[in-house]
Design a protein around this ligand. Structure first.
Ligand SMILES: Nc1ncnc2c1ncn2[C@@H]1O[C@H](COP(=O)(O)OP(=O)(O)OP(=O)(O)O)[C@@H](O)[C@H]1O
Length: 295
């Protein structure tokens, strides 16, 4: 549905995007992961035809991006794009008007979209009286009001509490079920893990790795990760190496990649004679893959 090929963009001498290539399939959720400044917003701006690339191309349904393709994209930017003193209904009506919807379709779409984001009962409430989570849902509603085929959600849950996050995750799943293609940027790795069919890891404007979670897991030769707490770290590392465990430091945690499926008692036996305060087993999460690829 969306193809980006060898995209380059520089601001002065700073190369912001470097041969960026990715493909988003119709009806799927694609997660673009990257640290601050890695080029996510620049990529979005090029897709939305707001910024011109220096070279490379972006196509949507085989059409190069233009003012025409803009009409089938809905974007919910990182900062809510809402008029605080206007009601939910008035905000949506305003954006629907900008998209050129006639008054009948506007009325229909405003109601349908408010219902989709579960804000129908707050239709008349001014935005400033809504909770942070509700405002973020309304911000997503703005992206949906003209029935786009591609929805871009730029860090949709950053700064929200866990309840509000769950609601937005559910909303994103519903959009996918309706056949909408979604490009999601986030630096929340658990969010990407939960939602995305395909994940692209972006660093300094380049895609370092791309694939489903299952495919990305193959980038680390481990069946699981074991995190230990011990006063004898040097000993634990030496012992682990003997058994083919690969040591890693995740923040203050000492971790080991375990290359084969082992019972807990087998793992414990590898550390026989070493005082362990705790030992925890974890699946190979996106967090570990991301750290491995980006550091
Ligand atoms: N108009 C501009 N002029 C100069 N530099 C820019 C401009 N827009 C972005 N940049 C630079 O390009 C780089 C990538 O920025 P971009 O906003 O695309 O990153 P990002 O991944 O979206 O980051 P964040 O998560 O912080 O929003 C940054 O170094 C930024 O300072």
């Amino acid at each position: 549905m969306l193809r980006i090929k060898n995209l380059n963009k520089a601001y002065g001498k700073r190369k912001v995007l470097q041969d960026l290539t990715l493909h988003i399939e119709h009806g799927k959720i694609y997660g673009l992961l990257g640290a601050n400044g890695s080029g996510k917003t620049t990529t979005i701006n090029i897709i939305c035809n707001l910024v011109k690339a220096d070279s490379g191309y972006v196509t949507i349904y085989n059409q190069e991006v233009s003012e025409e393709t803009k009409k089938i994209i809905g974007i919910a930017p990182q900062e809510n794009l809402l008029y605080k003193t206007l009601s939910c209904e008035e905000n949506l009506n305003f954006f629907a008007l900008i998209y050129g919807l006639d008054s009948h379709t506007r009325r229909q779409q405003v109601e349908a979209t408010l219902s989709a984001v579960n804000l129908l009962d707050r239709a008349k409430s001014p935005v400033e009286t809504l909770s942070g989570g509700m405002q973020r849902r309304l911000n997503i509603a703005v992206a949906l009001v003209h029935q786009p085929k591609l929805v871009i959600l730029d860090e949709p849950t950053t700064g929200l509490d866990i309840e509000a996050r769950y609601e937005i995750w559910e909303l994103i799943r519903q959009l996918k079920n309706q056949g909408i293609t979604i490009l999601l940027t986030t630096h929340l790795l658990d969010e990407a893990e939960r939602l995305c069919d395909k994940i692209g890891i972006l660093k300094s404007g380049r895609i370092l790795a791309e694939g489903s979670l299952l495919e990305l897991r193959k980038r680390i030769p481990a069946q699981e990760i074991v995190i230990v707490q011990t006063s004898e770290e040097e000993l634990a590392i030496a012992r682990a190496l003997e058994y083919g465990f690969t040591p890693r430091r995740y923040g203050r945690d000492l971790a080991f990649w375990v290359p084969e499926q082992l019972e807990l008692k087998e793992i414990l036996s590898r550390f026989d004679g070493i005082p362990l305060d705790s030992i925890a087993r974890q699946p190979v999460r996106l967090e570990y893959i991301y750290l491995e690829l980006t550091q």
